[in-house]
Design a protein around this ligand. Structure first.
Ligand SMILES: [Zn+2]
Length: 267
């Protein structure tokens, strides 16, 4: 249980505050780290306090099939009001309707959710430089088994974009790791922002999730936005000889919970 009374207290406190200008959670976190006393930014901000609710625009059922034959039906949600203006998707999988606020079969547990950041090279072309394709494939099946949500976020290359990601690959060829390469290009180590993910969950009335992740930053940001992460469920380690350096950098640089030494290497 990572949420509980603390979150409730913060929500009550925030509910009494006047809505402030929109503030992204990363700004909140960095302003806290810097201890910028002059800034009138609350330590935490929910979607309610920042006035950034989104609404479901349309939902459409799509039958999906992976190259290994696994198939399922996803209800694909689109939205109005996502604050960065990009076309993010929420895929509702399995028996997800039990988690809808007005469901007659209301579940007592929180739904599984996965925040997947778009990776064209890994998701579509099966690039072996990263583990995005296998992560996506695994999470769809895991979520479909119990019901829940896969959020497909259009923030390629940890938020720096596709071309910059490929530029970073070139720097990795000469010895930089994935984070050092982003910094060398003038970007942050990881520029991803999960505000739109929180907006999409909020639009469906989902206030708490069991998050499929090895990345503590996702939990930190969602929690800051008022989505309770009641449990973190680690994803598998998809180790190959080609992505070993990449996975090691994720573990060592940004505290991803990856047990690489015990993972079997695929070739
Ligand atoms: Zn990738």
């Amino acid at each position: 249980m990572m949420a509980g009374n603390r979150i409730l207290h913060e929500r009550v406190a925030l509910a009494r505050m006047a809505p402030s200008r929109f503030v992204r959670p990363q700004q909140l976190i960095s302003s806290t780290v810097r201890g910028a006393k002059s800034m009138s930014i609350p330590a935490k901000a929910t979607l309610a306090t920042v006035g950034s609710h989104a609404a479901v625009r349309r939902a459409i059922d799509v039958r999906i099939r992976f190259t290994d034959g696994f198939s399922t039906t996803a209800r694909v949600f689109t939205f109005n009001g996502l604050i960065d203006g990009r076309e993010h998707l929420l895929l509702a999988l399995g028996n997800w309707e039990q988690y809808a606020p007005n469901s007659s079969q209301q579940s007592v547990t929180a739904p599984l959710a996965r925040l997947h950041s778009e990776c064209l090279t890994g998701d579509v072309f099966g690039s072996e430089r990263c583990d995005c394709g296998p992560q996506l494939r695994e999470s769809v099946e895991t979520i479909a088994a119990t019901g829940g949500f896969l959020l497909y976020l259009r923030q390629e290359g940890r938020g720096i974009g596709l071309y910059a990601k490929l530029d970073a690959y070139a720097l990795q060829e000469v010895g930089l790791d994935t984070y050092e390469a982003n910094l060398a290009l003038g970007h942050g180590e990881d520029e991803r922002d999960y505000t739109e993910a929180a907006q999409m969950l909020d639009a469906l009335g989902i206030g708490s999730v069991r998050l499929l992740t090895n990345n503590p930053d996702k939990t930190r940001q969602l929690t800051a936005l008022g989505i309770d992460v009641v449990e973190e469920i680690p994803t598998g380690v998809h180790l190959t000889t080609a992505n070993a350096r990449y996975l090691t950098a994720k573990r060592d640089r940004t505290a991803h919970t990856l047990d690489i030494s015990s993972a079997r290497t695929r070739t």
